[in-house]
Design a protein. Structure first.
Length: 241
């Protein structure tokens, strides 16, 4: 599949419309991808709409002209949210990329008892969120997902559990083996930090009535776990549309 470009639009798009790209998008398409006037690009708006657009001008004032439009795709159902504890450095980027590729529809970041990443500096926190949003955007462009997963700032486990309600599912060595099939229903998958969940957090999952499963006898790295768990859940539920 050719690379699709995420072109956020705030108004309805019609064939023949001109879209002026912002500075960052213009730089990427004209300088990084070296697109030239007349080239046709595959685009999407992050909300289910795919369309092709031709480059009208390249440079600081890059414009696209909408050529053809596809029917808006329905949102993936059922929802598959990921509540992910923060991990350090590039490992977090890889975890987010793979989560998008494997169908996460929302991503809630978690601050847990054993999380090694702290958010003391508001400006640094804002910069990290902006960086991770770009990581998610790039993963959507690469894998062909038409819906951009929503990324939520780090929250406590209690807050995330309240948000998940009865859909919570968590992996821990104390759980039962993951069944081969699961009901095709909304889920919120909880992935802990490198040090795992502490005793109080496991009690919170139990109090919530969360499903607790394990994956074999090996302990996976925090950056590996989202991809493995999401792939197995997708398979057990028959893969989402």
């Amino acid at each position: 599949m050719p690379l699709r470009f995420l072109i956020p639009v705030t108004e309805p798009v019609n064939t023949g419309d001109l879209i002026t790209l912002d500075r960052e998008q213009a730089h990427y398409i004209s300088r990084v991808m070296r697109s030239r006037p007349g080239e046709v690009l595959d685009c999407f708006d992050g909300k289910g709409l795919a369309f092709s657009a031709s480059v009208q001008a390249a440079g600081r004032q890059t414009q696209l002209c909408v050529e053809t439009m596809m029917p808006r795709a329905p949102a993936p159902t059922p929802s598959l949210a990921l509540a992910l504890a923060l991990v350090k450095g590039p490992a977090m980027d890889r975890a987010l990329q793979q989560a998008v590729e494997l169908g996460a529809t929302q991503i809630q970041l978690l601050q847990t008892a054993r999380t090694e990443v702290t958010w003391k500096d508001p400006r640094r926190a804002e910069n990290r969120m902006a960086h991770w949003e770009k990581v998610i955007k790039g993963a959507c462009e690469q894998c062909g997902a038409l819906y951009l997963p929503e990324l939520s700032a780090p929250a406590s486990l209690a807050t995330a559990l309240d948000k998940a309600g009865a859909t919570a599912l968590v992996f821990d060595m104390s759980g039962a083996p993951l069944p081969a099939t699961l009901d095709n229903a909304p889920l919120t998958l909880f992935i802990g930090p490198e040090g795992g969940w502490d005793a109080a957090e496991l009690r919170a999952f139990q109090a919530q009535g969360a499903c607790v499963y394990r994956l074999g006898s090996k302990t996976l790295r925090a950056e590996t776990m989202p991809a493995v768990a999401l792939a197995l859940l997708q398979q057990a539920q028959g893969w989402r549309s």
